[in-house]
Design a protein around this ligand. Structure first.
Ligand code: PHE
Length: 340
């Protein structure tokens, strides 16, 4: 009786195995016949009912059947694994003769290239880099810089106001005040950053651009120090033969004030189309920090003096790379940016 059952189960198992064509269904077959609740296991549990003479005979038969099923499953498993691996290899076939896909590596924006050079030049002279907010109080952007509400200097620096007291900064000079409020001299900082002004966009104007502010406050600082710092930067940026020129100008927060120019690095100062035959190229403003501004920040102007300068970064970048339209610096067209 049991013997017959075993024969039947064996046939059923072999039949089932011949249909198992993926590894998953093979596992199902194993569970169905050899698992804890499997068909072979069920038959074996009836062994107890057998007579002592029958038991070894049937026991042997049962082991044979179980062994056979196990062996067949193992064989089939190996076949199926091999087939699966082959299938995988085929589907993942790699044609190493095809041209590769190059991943494009980005580049520093020309504005960052020049800014980094300028930072390097000043850091090597002992300056540290300072930072300030672009959304600024009227106080730091104008008032503390000796530009009260009625001052005509405000006309040339109109900007976006969030409220009567808060605006998009028009100049990095605000960082001068923030620094002097926090720290006592000696002070030696370079503050680069974005500034905003209401301006029609054209080849030389953008409502957003960058300035680089410099501030040095200590005992005995004179205009000669200012000239020396500017000369040193210009030489590092444009070459050893370049010099700077300062001429009288006006800024409410410096006294005396100066306009900074560098000798034309294209013609060496002789005059060429690049410098409009002037031999000089204007790069910014500067001057001795107005004692009123120092005092406003709690610095004793009888003990300390200082100089400050501010330069337009885009202008320097344009001169350096002979870019004729400022808009190119903000459009982020990779065909343009790839040139640097
Ligand atoms: N902030 C001035 C401007 O934007 C430039 C400047 C900076 C002048 C520092 C003197 C000293 O016009």
């Amino acid at each position: 009786m049991i013997k017959k059952q075993l024969e039947e189960v064996k046939e059923k198992a072999l039949e089932a195995l011949s249909h198992a064509d993926i590894l998953d269904s093979l596992e199902q077959v194993r569970v169905r016949f050899l698992g804890k609740k499997g068909e072979v296991t069920a038959i074996l549990s009836q062994m107890g009912k057998l007579s002592p003479e029958e038991r070894p005979v049937i026991g042997q038969k049962a082991n044979e059947v179980r062994g056979l099923i196990e062996k067949k499953i193992a064989e089939r498993k190996e076949e199926l694994s091999k087939a699966a691996a082959e299938q995988k290899l085929k589907s993942e076939k790699l044609d190493i003769t095809l041209p590769g896909k190059r991943s494009r590596i980005g580049k520093k924006h020309p504005v960052s290239v020049v800014l980094d050079e300028i930072k390097d030049a000043f850091v090597s002279m002992g300056y540290s880099i300072a930072d300030g907010p672009e959304v600024e109080y009227d106080y730091y952007n104008f008032e503390a810089l000796n530009i009260p509400k009625s001052h005509p200097a405000r006309d040339t620096q109109d900007t976006f106001y969030f409220s009567p007291e808060m605006l998009l900064r028009t100049q990095t000079s605000s960082v001068q005040i923030r620094t002097m409020e926090k720290r006592k001299p000696p002070i030696k900082i370079l503050a680069p950053g974005r500034v905003y002004r209401i301006d029609e966009i054209d080849a030389t104007h953008s409502p957003v651009f960058h300035q680089i502010e410099g501030l040095v406050v200590d005992k005995g600082i004179t205009m000669a120090h200012l000239k020396g710092a500017l000369d040193s930067m210009a030489k590092k940026l444009f070459g050893e033969n370049v010099t700077t020129r300062i001429r009288p100008d006006y800024f409410p927060f410096t006294e005396p004030s100066a306009e900074i120019s560098v000798s034309c690095f294209m013609c060496g100062g002789e005059g060429c189309p690049f410098c409009k035959n002037e031999g000089w190229v204007e790069i910014g403003g500067a001057g001795m920090v107005n004692p009123k501004v120092l005092e406003g920040c709690g610095i004793d102007s009888s003990e300390y003096t200082g100089f400050a300068f501010g330069m337009g970064l885009e202008r320097l970048v344009m001169r350096r790379y002979r870019i004729t339209d400022i808009r190119m610096l903000f459009e982020n067209d990779v065909r343009f940016l790839n040139n640097f």
